[in-house]
Design a protein around this ligand. Structure first.
Ligand SMILES: [Zn+2]
Length: 740
């Protein structure tokens, strides 16, 4: 099935004008022809090549891969070049983690080669295990176990009278993004932070460990960035501007996104002796992992020495940018991207997404040879430096911000890809569009459409409400984007409508950001025959082609207004729940309930009395959402009944030019409170969750963090953004109504 716009137009165009009908029929067949080209075997070959050696930022193979990718694009007929930026990329100089009391143990901090895995032993080129953008430090202090290291975990510690002040916090990976753990530990006065992979989360508790199975073994370590991404991503030294050779740079000491305390990641082999040396209260049940020990919190008697020192060097990064110029609207851009850098060999992250993107590029090259001329310019981007902190994409977006603001209609991202169900998240103006794309792609294992299988999964696993909605709502909902891949600068800084696409959900693995994420692991435990790589290429390529060739750009605003109304309800409920929770808790404190039930042998302190949140006036948001809903329905009707013809091509072009600006209306150049880099008023990564999204973040985080006056002011700012969107949609609908 075609998207609503394409099918409506096909009929009217055939009736009305020969010229346009020929072109549109052709683009219909180009659409199906495109999907026949991607070949799983090619995707496997690209993966083998790109993951053959470690290829992190600054490594020889990172540059070799960039040059190889550039040559491929040229071979396939694209106008391609490498764009270089210069970024701060620290690498470790010295790493020490040792237990100094009550017994002594020195952590290995090594991931040994595995005999059956040929690339796991490429020691000379592997980055050691570390967390990028940790500061230098040398500390010896008592150890405290802080569970996942989220703000709520510290509330549990408070109730036990335990502080991390002057201590080293050990947190397990999971539940929040890793960079949140040292940030919150430092806010509570810790002097150092260790992050370890508990076998409960991605080790033997889940499945057999590598190389017998896919999960993390006792020496596997998760590398990764710990920069304060919720403040701004990209190069820490050049916030807001492209990190060109001559860009003005901050002093390292003034860079806001480096950690405040030293941080190192460790394996569970290295963590177990430290954790088993802790005494103090036994950890609450949901804090316990799967190590064969009793989990205690501390502090001490375990004392730990952590030393971390880094080479804070500037390194080049290589973005590949390739274009097929648009034949009719060269100044309207369809942008597609995936990163190419990895922490080590990175077969799953990112090459399982990079390789399908390359296969799309080859397929488009084929179509051009067969005579296809996209109406709009297609821009394929392959980013460097995603792993340290979205460096390649962020610097490119900052460097080309003005041009993107004028030209970019959509950004379509992917990253690591797996086997299973199709998943899409992103701008809700694109929800209907991507649903329609998924209806035309075949799931390789079931031969159902990718959409049908996704719907079945929602019905099988959803709550009763979710089941009913998956059966009855025309479009399956897509979730909002927080952070974690290269869409962030496009969506949240430049205001470009964005999608993140991928398949997955059927395979667990525990090799994320370790030396064991490589071709051997991928071809034994993941999408072993690259069939889902092919499905990703078909899906993302179809989305690119449809946006590039559409007569009327396929944005839809009814799903947006539906989502906005949901968010407004959620915020109202959040405030009520907070009021009720705090009222009840304060009452129990008053009644002496906590004192009466306390166990004197395992005493807990009563929680703190909090002020009950005041009422907030949501009326401006409710009114704005209602007006948006009305405009969205008017636009839908106008789009469904519009009769494009050669005679009104000018009107259509004007409408499209307006629509390209629609996501921009939802941003504010002043940005979010305390983090101006983030300009989107509907979507942002959580200040205390990291990757996980906060929707209407100014209002939501205002309530969660008890800045109630700020939340009320943010209600007005979001309402004004929705009003701007409503005005644009009404104007576009007015234009379309002229060509009924
Ligand atoms: Zn990635």
């Amino acid at each position: 099935m075609q998207s609503r716009f394409v099918s409506a137009f096909s009929i009217s165009i055939i009736a009305l004008t020969l010229h346009l009908s020929a072109q549109n029929n052709a683009s219909g067949s180009w659409d199906a022809r495109f999907r026949a080209i991607p070949d799983a075997a090619n995707i496997g070959e690209y993966m083998k090549r790109l993951s053959a050696r470690p290829h992190h930022v600054g490594s020889p193979y990172d540059k070799e891969n960039a040059e190889w990718i550039l040559a491929k694009f040229k071979e396939w007929g694209w106008d391609a070049q490498i764009e270089t930026f210069t970024v701060l990329f620290p690498t470790p100089k010295e790493r020490v983690v040792e237990l100094v009391a009550p017994t002594q143990f020195r952590a290995s901090l090594e991931e040994p080669a595995v005999a059956v895995d040929p690339t796991s032993g490429q020691k000379a080129e592997q980055l050691p295990t570390y967390n990028a953008y940790s500061i230098d430090g040398d500390v010896t202090a008592p150890l405290v176990y802080v569970n996942y290291g989220r703000p709520q975990d510290y509330e549990e510690l408070d109730r036990r009278g335990i502080s991390v002040r002057g201590a080293i916090a050990i947190a397990r990976y999971g539940a929040s993004w890793r960079g949140i753990k040292p940030k919150v530990a430092a806010e509570h006065g810790a002097v150092g932070c260790l992050i370890y992979s508990d076998p409960r989360d991605d080790g033997y508790f889940v499945d057999d460990v590598f190389p017998d199975g896919p999960m993390r073994n006792k020496t596997g370590v998760q590398r990764g960035s710990v920069s304060d991404m919720p403040v701004y991503p990209g190069d820490p030294l050049t916030p807001g501007v492209g990190a060109t050779a001559n860009a003005k740079r901050l002093d390292i000491k003034d860079a806001q996104t480096l950690t405040k305390i030293p941080v190192l990641p460790i394996s569970y082999g290295d963590a177990q002796p430290l954790l088993s040396a802790l005494k103090g209260p036994v950890a609450p049940a949901d804090w316990r992992g799967a190590l064969p020990i009793t989990y205690h919190i501390g502090p001490g008697p375990a004392r730990v020495h952590v030393k971390a020192a880094f080479n804070f060097d500037l390194k080049p990064i290589y973005d590949i940018v390739a274009k097929i110029p648009g034949a009719t609207f060269p100044n309207e851009w369809i942008v597609r991207g995936n990163h190419h850098d990895a922490w080590v060999n990175g077969a799953a992250d990112p090459v399982s997404g990079t390789a399908p993107l390359l296969e799309e590029a080859r397929a488009f090259g084929e179509l051009v040879k067969q005579g296809w001329k996209p109406k709009r310019t297609i821009v394929y981007t392959v980013w460097d430096g995603e792993e340290p902190m979205l460096l390649g994409s962020t610097e490119w977006v900052e460097q080309h911000e003005q041009e993107l603001a004028q030209k970019a209609a959509i950004y379509i991202n992917s990253d690591g890809n797996g086997r299973g169900f199709f998943g899409a998240s992103g701008s809700h103006t694109l929800e209907k569009f991507i649903n329609n794309v998924a209806k035309d792609v075949e799931d390789p294992e079931t031969k159902l459409s990718a959409w049908k299988r996704m719907q079945a999964n929602r019905i099988a696993t959803g709550s009763p409400d979710a089941k009913a909605e998956a059966r009855s709502r025309a479009d399956l909902r897509i979730s909002a984007l927080g952070s974690g891949s290269d869409y962030s600068p496009f969506l949240q800084h430049a205001g470009v409508a964005s999608l993140n696409l991928g398949y997955g959900g059927l395979d667990d693995d525990g090799i994320y950001h370790s030396v064991y994420d490589d071709f051997y692991h991928f071809t034994h435990f993941a999408d072993t025959n690259f069939m889902y790589g092919r499905a990703l290429a078909q899906t993302a390529g179809t989305a690119v082609l449809r946006f590039a060739d559409a007569d009327l750009l396929p944005y839809d605003f009814t799903d947006l207004s539906d989502t906005v109304r949901t968010y407004v309800k959620e915020l109202q409920n959040l405030l009520t729940q907070e009021q009720d929770r705090i009222k009840e808790k304060d009452r129990e404190i008053d009644e002496g309930v906590f004192a009466a039930v306390n166990d004197p042998r395992r005493p807990l302190l009563a929680p703190k009395v909090e002020e009950v949140p005041p009422a907030i006036n949501f009326a401006p948001l409710e009114n704005a959402a209602a007006a948006l809903t009305k405009a969205a329905e008017r636009y839908k009707k106008a789009a469904d009944t519009a009769r494009p013809s050669a005679a009104n091509a000018g009107t259509l072009a004007m409408v499209n030019a307006r629509l390209i600006q629609s996501e921009r209306q939802l941003t504010d150049p002043a940005g979010l409170p305390r983090r101006p880099w983030y300009r989107h008023l509907l979507y942002a990564p959580g200040f205390y969750t990291g990757y996980a999204v906060k929707t209407m973040p100014g209002v939501r985080e205002g309530i969660e963090e008890k800045h109630y006056a700020e939340a009320e002011a943010e209600v007005l700012r979001v309402a004004r953004a929705l009003d701007r969107e409503t005005a644009l949609i009404n104007a576009a609908a007015g234009d379309l109504e002229q060509i009924r």
